[in-house]
Structures are given as structure tokens and as C-alpha cells.
Design a protein around this ligand. Structure first.
Ligand code: DGJ
Length: 706
């Protein structure tokens, strides 16, 4: 709820307040749990170097911390002292409808500033999502003068703390190893979490959590391009957090009267990690995702066949997929173009290779007979140089005119900043979808930016313009084909962000399908993103990426905590394995609503060797937990999120490798505070197996004294 006064404005959340004090033309912004203990700011001493808690910052005032804004004009005039002009409650905000944004369903606060020389107007926006303890913020910059200005940095959100000693959690990694939880302390100096490779990246996800013992703040960005967060503790013992687009290569020219609006940043507030996790999940489900969470069981051909997706192979796989309960057959890479047999050719040629796969009619009638829907993989933002697309439109590719381009995976990125390319892709994909009528589309993106050049972008604003084009493409296709389910993908999970999730409700979490690796990936991902957005497939052992073994049961347990699907070569599975998969798809269907829509609680022991993940219903009468031992230690495991007074009956997902199924009923208090000894959940053979993989069990908790 937002309340405006003459010299104070307050956004109230559940138990927290964001307080804006107005004094001498400046706006001081502070986040507090205890509004009564907040000392009023009574005087601004412009000539002293005091690190005030401010809502915005630019060069020109006595503030030498990292700044929200760097603007200059053609005379290299950098000084912009912004003075408060007014605040208003607003009901909505639309800049570009196709650009990703939260749904603005609640009222917002607009604070207007104009700089002293009256050259630039700055509007700062806050939308309050009180129910989810989240605030969304962004800024709009307008050039008021004749002279053009150039924006070198425009961050979306600034939060100043009046103390130091914060910890930072980031979600870092690489291909097949994304979003591992990484913890650091903030010390004097600047901590940076960023990407410069053209996408939100597997290296550093845009989400970042800053916390001390009482306050946890999760920052994120509704954007898929280069991002940046800065956390600075200065010599005055204050801490500033900034999040927004990366200023690397940023140079946004604004002529007279023109404006630029930054992507939206989110700030979720809570008192501990589990609280943050649930607020963030609810916020994303309620205000970012556009469709519901109902999602079919996918069989994806990639790890089962790679490019060798001929008619005999895919039909065998489809037969087995339907027999175990899959609902959609997804033709991954290799179904299109003249002869896509490896990574070197045909990317960009979006038509069916009927010699390899069969005609459209054959495919449709075969899948229909098997009661399977059809999915297609595409990678529309790219081309091979050896493709009909590149031969016909070489200027569509992003490359310097006279330089040999760097090739990653033998491919080039298309210049999505060129309107003609977007129009071409809209038409090509519309024709493809009309012709093939897929029920499901997996949209991949497999290389990073190197040869960044476009004659369609003047100045250095390429990455933003690229994403403007991409979002127009995605939003047009989502509107034209509302029934298609889209899955985002980027070499696995290299673009797992709120920008993509504004269009595609699910993202392929990672190519890392090894059960143990996947625990780390899903642990980090689910700290921010709801389980319903994670696409998790059961794959084969030994794992193709790590070459490590894990039991089918463990692979199933881990895949259950998200949108479970299959990637495993079913033609190589034994009868027993096929049976196990069939039984567990049905187990998943029965428990899916609880897993995906329950509140999410995690417990980790201090060495991160034992983890429990749980999904719990609102009444806390039903829960499903995964217990994982990541090494040979079989110590205690606890379960967060239960109701203390409730007595729970524990029933285990039956695993063919374990026959221990009975356990006494226990109180929520006991399970949360004392926990149980892990070894009682397993038997000796699992402890041995655990030397090479993990040992895991899924347990359903049901209240017996409701
Ligand atoms: C990378 C994806 O992560 C894989 O799942 C697969 O779709 C390949 N691309 C296909 O080229």
C-alpha cells in the first residue's frame, strides 16, 4: 500500500516499510522493519561528505559511491543534480507493451525529478506487490533540451543501507553447472555480479540476495540481456545496492523530447531464506508468468538420439514414450533443413526434412495414433553460414563487414536489432507453426555475443536493441499462437531469467542432467524461481555430461521437483526400468499439484552434505519432501516449514533399490527441530552406491491429527 504525504511517502509491505523522506529537494529512501525507530533526516549538509540513503544518485552531488546514472552531453557535461518536483500515485504504466514487465496490477508511485540545468527529467517508478513482499522499480529519462544527451549508465533500482556487514548470495556457474549458490561477504569496496556475453548467462544469474541476520533482500531484473548489480560498502560504513542493465557498451542517445525506460528490477524482502524463496515464487507466479502452471509430460529426443533422429529411431522412442505415460514427443535438434546431421549446417532453415523424419502427415498420424502431442525444437535467433538463410540474407547475421567472425558451435547470431530480421522471423515462424501445428515449441539459443555490429543501431546500445527485437518476436508469436506451450532454453539454462519467463512459462533448467550435479543446480534455481518454471528430465546413466553413474531412482527423485520429463534413450532401458519410469510418471501426476503449487522449504546441514526440499500445502497437512545425502555421511536431516503441533505420517515413494518403508508418526516440531537420522531411510547398499552418486528418497507427509 502506498501513502503519499507532503514530505513523506510510505510503501508498506507485510511487516516492512519503504520510507521516502523529502528534504531540500532530495528524496531519502529507507527500508525498515521498525518504522518507529527510523531516525528522521532533518537537514541536508550539501558541503559535507555524508553518505545519505538516497532513492537516486548521479554525478554532481557530494556522493562518491557507485551511481545509478551517468549521463553526458556532446560537450562532455556530466553534472546532473536532480531536484525533486513531485510525487503521484499512478494506476498503470505502459512503455512498450511487448517489452517484459510485471503486471502492474497494484498502484504505483512516480517520483519526478528535473536536473538543476533543466536539461533532463527523471521519473522513478515503484510498483508495490504487497502480498508477495515485492517492489518493482525502474526509471524513465527524458531529454528536455535541444542538445542530444547520451546515457552511459541507467540502473533500475537503488537501495541504500545505513550500515555495513552484509552477505551476498549469487547464482553462478557455467554450461551444465548453472546457478550454484555462491556466498560472499561484502567488505569495503565494490562487489559486482554481471554478464557481458549478450545474455543473462549461466555464469552469473541476474538474481542476487543481500542479507544480514534480520533482513533478506532478493534483487532481480526482468530482462535477458547483459545485467549488472553492484554492492558497495563505503568509508562512511554504509552499503549501496544497484541493479540494472550492464553499462558495458551502453551509450543511449536521446534527442530532444526522447525518453528511455529501463527494464524493471524487483526487490523481494523477508526475514530468512525460506521466506524470500516463497515470496519470490509467488511474485513470479502471480505477476510475471502469463499462463497457468499446467504442463504436460515431455519426452525430448536430444540425449536419446542427438542428430540421428531418423524415422525408425523416433518412432521406436515414441512407442516407448507413450507406453510409460509421456504426453508430448519433442523433436529436438535435427528435424529440419536439407540435411541437419550435425552442428555445422542448416541452422536457420525452418522446414521439415521429410526424407529423414517422414512427411508432416506421417508424423501427425503416427503421433495421434500413439496419443502423443507434437513438439518442435527451434533456434530462431541463429544461423549457420552453411545454410540457405545465410546464403540468401548474409546481412541478417551479426558480424563485422570485413572481419572473419568468431564462430561458436559453427553459428552466428542474427541481427535482431534489424527490424527486417524480426519481420522475416515472424513470418517464417508463423508459417512453420501454421504448417506443422506443433503443440509445444522448445526455443533454444546456443552461443554468446562476440562480433557485435549492426548498421541499424547508432551509438552503443546494441544489446538492448537486440532484446527489444527478440521480445517483439516472442510476444507476437505468443499472441498469435496462444495454445502453443513454449519452453525457453539457452545451451541448457543460460537464459534463465524473468525476461524469458514473461513469455515462456518453463525453461530447460540445464544440460547438466547428472543427478548429483542437478541437486546443486535446482537448489540454486529454486531459491529464486518457482519449481513450475524448471524443466527437469530423467536421463541415462552413466551421464552424458559427467560420465558418472547414478541410480534411476535417484534421477527420478531429483527430476520430480519441477516439471518432470524424459530425455533418456528408452530403447536402451530394461523392462524393469521402463516399469519404474511408468510407475513414477503416475506418482508424479498424482503429486504434481502439491509439488508445483505448494510452498517451498529447504533445509541444508552446515556442510551442505544433507539437503531436504519440501513442498507443503497452505494448511500444512500435506507435504512432499526430497531427502538427499550428497556424500557418504548419513547424519541428521531436518524438515523446514511444517506445523509444530501436527503429527505427520510418513509414506515413502517406493524405490526398487530400497525396501525400508515403515517409520513412526512424528510431530512437526520433532521433524523440524530434531529431524531423523538419514541412515534409517536407506540400507547398506545405498551407502555404497552413494560413493559414486547420491542417495535420495521422496517422502510424503500427511497430517494424522488434522
Ligand atoms: C542445447 C540444449 O540445451 C539441448 O537440450 C539441445 O536442445 C541442444 N542445444 C540441441 O542443439
Amino acid at each position: 500500500m502506498i501513502k503519499i504525504n507532503n514530505d513523506k511517502t510510505i510503501i508498506s509491505l507485510n511487516g516492512f516499510s519503504y520510507v521516502f523522506d523529502l528534504l531540500q529537494g532530495r528524496v531519502f529512501a529507507r527500508l525498515t522493519k521498525d518504522i518507529n525507530s527510523l531516525k528522521p533526516i532533518t537537514e541536508v549538509k550539501e558541503d559535507m561528505h555524508i553518505s545519505y540513503p538516497l532513492s537516486i544518485s548521479s554525478f554532481g552531488h557530494i556522493d562518491f559511491r557507485e551511481r545509478m546514472l551517468h549521463i553526458n552531453d556532446e560537450n562532455q557535461y556530466y553534472t546532473y543534480r536532480f531536484i525533486f518536483k513531485g510525487w503521484d500515485i499512478i494506476n498503470n504504466f505502459v512503455d512498450k507493451e511487448y517489452f517484459p514487465h510485471s503486471n502492474h496490477k497494484n498502484k504505483g508511485l512516480k517520483i519526478t525529478f528535473i536536473d538543476e540545468s533543466e536539461s533532463v527529467c527523471l521519473e522513478q517508478y515503484y510498483f508495490d506487490y504487497e502480498k508477495d513482499n515485492t517492489i518493482v522499480s525502474f526509471i524513465k529519462i527524458t531529454n528536455l533540451k535541444e542538445k542530444a544527451i547520451s546515457i552511459k549508465r541507467a540502473m533500475s533500482l537503488q537501495l541504500d543501507f545505513e550500515d555495513l556487514g552484509y552477505h551476498i548470495t549469487t547464482f553462478t556457474g557455467k554450461w551444465a553447472h548453472e546457478r550454484h549458490i555462491t556466498k560472499n561477504d561484502v567488505n569495503y569496496g565494490v562487489f559486482k555480479n554481471s554478464s557481458t556475453c549478450g545474455c543473462s548467462s549461466s555464469f552469473n544469474n541476474p538474481a542476487i540476495m543481500v542479507n544480514n541476520d534480520q533482513l533478506y533482500c532478493l534483487f532481480n531484473l526482468i530482462y535477458s540481456g547483459n545485467h549488472m548489480s553492484l554492492v558497495e560498502t563505503d568509508h562512511n560504513d554504509t552499503t549501496r545496492v544497484l541493479i540494472g542493465m550492464n553499462d558495458f557498451m551502453e551509450d543511449i542517445k536521446l534527442e530532444k523530447g526522447e525518453s528511455f525506460v529501463t527494464p524493471e528490477a524487483t526487490l523481494t524482502i523477508g526475514e530468512n531464506e525460506n521466506e524470500i524463496r516463497n515470496y519470490s515464487h509467488h511474485f513470479i507466479k502471480d505477476n510475471i508468468l502469463r499462463k497457468g502452471t499446467d504442463f504436460p509430460i515431455i519426452f525430448n529426443s536430444w540425449e536419446a538420439a542427438y542428430f540421428a533422429l531418423d524415422k525408425t529411431k523416433w518412432q521406436k522412442l515414441a512407442n516407448l514414450a507413450t507406453s510409460v505415460g509421456a504426453e508430448v514427443y519433442v523433436f529436438d535438434d535435427g528435424w529440419y533443413g536439407e540435411n541437419r546431421i550435425d552442428e555445422t549446417s542448416c541452422l536457420g532453415d525452418w522446414y521439415l526434412n521429410s526424407n529423414k523424419i517422414g512427411t508432416k502427415e506421417e508424423i501427425k498420424s503416427y503421433l495421434k495414433a500413439k496419443n502423443l502431442k507434437m513438439g518442435l525444437w527451434i533456434e530462431p535467433e541463429m544461423c549457420n553460414m552453411n545454410s540457405q538463410l545465410f546464403k540468401k540474407y548474409p546481412e541478417f547475421a551479426m558480424k563485422f563487414p570485413n572481419l572473419e567472425p568468431v564462430l561458436m558451435r559453427y553459428q552466428l547470431i542474427l541481427d535482431l536489432a534489424n527490424k527486417e530480421v524480426i519481420d522475416y522471423l515472424i513470418e517464417t515462424l508463423t508459417n512453420l507453426f501454421k504448417d506443422m501445428e506443433p503443440d509445444y515449441v522448445k526455443w533454444d539459443y546456443n552461443r554468446l555475443f562476440t562480433d557485435v555490429f549492426s548498421k541499424h543501431v547508432l551509438g552503443g546500445n546494441y544489446v538492448y536493441k537486440f532484446y527489444e527485437g527478440l521480445y517483439r518476436l516472442m510476444s507476437t508469436l505468443c499472441q498469435r499462437f496462444p495454445d502453443i506451450i513454449f519452453e525457453g532454453c539457452a545451451s541448457g539454462g543460460s537464459r534463465f531469467d524473468l525476461g524469458i519467463l514473461n513469455y515462456f512459462n518453463v525453461i530447460w533448467t540445464s544440460d547438466g542432467t547428472d543427478a548429483k550435479e542437478r541437486v546443486f543446480i535446482q537448489d540454486g534455481t529454486s531459491m529464486v524461481y518457482p519449481l513450475c518454471t524448471e524443466s527437469n528430465h530423467i536421463s541415462i546413466s552413466p551421464n552424458h555430461q559427467t560420465n558418472k553413474r547414478s541410480s534411476l531412482e535417484d534421477r527420478i527423485n531429483v527430476a520430480l521437483f519441477g516439471q518432470m520429463g524424459l530425455e533418456i534413450d528408452l530403447t536402451k532401458a530394461s523392462k524393469n526400468d521402463l516399469n519404474t519410469i511408468r510407475k513414477n510418471i503416475s506418482y508424479y501426476q498424482r503429486n504434481k499439484d502439491l509439488i508445483l503449487n505448494g510452498d517451498n522449504y529447504v533445509y541444508r546441514d552446515e556442510n551442505n552434505n544433507v539437503i531436504s526440499w519440501g513442498s507443503i500445502n497452505k494448511e500444512k497437512t500435506e507435504a512432499i519432501y526430497l531427502v538427499v545425502s550428497l556424500n557418504k555421511e548419513f547424519k541428521q536431516v531436518k524438515f523446514n516449514g511444517l506445523n509444530k503441533a501436527t503429527i505427520y505420517h510418513l509414506s515413502f515413494r517406493s524405490q526398487t533399490n530400497i525396501d525400508k518403508e515403515t517409520f513412526p508418526d512424528l510431530s512437526g516440531e520433532y521433524l523440524m527441530e530434531k529431524g531423523i537420522t538419514i541412515s534409517t531411510l536407506f540400507q547398506e547398499s545405498d551407502k555404497e552406491e552413494n560413493e559414486i552418486g547420491i542417495a535420495s528418497r521422496t517422502i510424503r507427509f500427511t497430517a494424522v491429527n488434522k
